[in-house]
Design a protein around this ligand. Sequence first.
Ligand code: F0G
Length: 426
Amino acid sequence: MSEWLQCIGCERRFDASEIRYTCDCGELLSVERDAMPDRAIFDSRLASRKTIDRSGVWRFREAVLNVEENEIVTHPEGSTRLYERGWGVGSGEWEKTPETSSHSPRPTPHSPFPILFKHEGENPTGSFKDRGMTVAMTQAKRLGARAVACASTGNTSASLAAYAAQAGLRAIVFIPAGKVATGKLAQTLAYGATALHIRGDFDAAMQLVREASGRLGIYLVNSINPFRIEGQKTIVWELLQDLEWNAPDWIVVPAGNLGNTSAFGKALCEAFDAGWITKMPRLASIQAAGANPFYRSYVEAFAQRHRIAAETIASAIRIGDPVSHRKAVSAIQLTNGVVEQVTDDELMRAKREIDEMGIGCEPASATTLAGVKKLRAAGVMRDSERIVCVLTGHLLKDTDAIMRNVPPQRTIEIDATMDAVERALA
Ligand code: F0G
């Protein structure tokens, strides 16, 4: 089975062993292959104890990366849970349709179907990034890289640091100074990475790391690297497998740098073309309203690409110039998908609901439920439809956001007396 890199614009092909992230024409590259296996092989591995079969990425290896088994750098990752909850569980009642939606309002519905959450925060470093990182790091080692780098809002950097430690490579991360959640930064440093705190935003860090990796010969593992996308496709394939290959109606994903939206679109097209599924789910890609360049483009039928100065409480997706814009446009178009935006208030309310379902996630992940509420209220998502939200990061990734949002009656300091206990709980 052969694999190659292909320009998404002019379709020029390059050898898969070439270190390059864009075509000479400036467009992004994708990994393409000439054959896909039967899905039965993936199911047969579910009972295996072998490490690469237990990995939710490498279980799908024939469709991810053509590599010798002993070259794979894996923790292992993936094999995350799919949670089912009734609507309105947790503190949530359906809110009125907010004004920030481009979709017209309708009375709030009740569905006979539960909502599903695929929790990618259950990966080894607490986010979905491990799925792309295992593939990019495996490729880095094969190509003989000595150092790896990324720009990051915190999760990619933590994942890079862990996998680089395992692979024995030097790890360098470019992060927006003062804009990364403490847990993520601590994790990145603990695994042994060198952190360059860039005085600028994520987009500035991204630009700088692209230039630096070219100039200094460091392997770049942001999602501009097409091998990252190959790993992230498995989020979708694993959730389809979780559902015994009965595709849901909707898959909902937070959108920042647009790597996941791109990967999900590629995963769905490949699964459909290979006959693994017979129905194409629709993608819903959700942005924070203060970091919404993709949404702005969507409402103009993608007539132009927007670059903005981004601001949102969901620091993971505080991104104004997403690198995978063009791939993500195709993902939305090919899946008859939609893009929605949610305010910080809406996403933090949804986060509290997800937390109070006993599931929990970081703020960026909660854009999914907030987006679903708006899209259901607007009638875009219907009561009869099955919806899977992908939660991208663990609750403990951003504890500051939780502590700022805890209802005051839930945390009470008292004297060490029984009297005080009784008074506090009365
Ligand atoms: N959710 C979380 C928890 C993230 O960390 C990110 C991106 C996203 C969603 C958005 O995914 O970029 O593929 O659209 N975090 C990157 C990072 C930017 O550096 O950790 P995307």
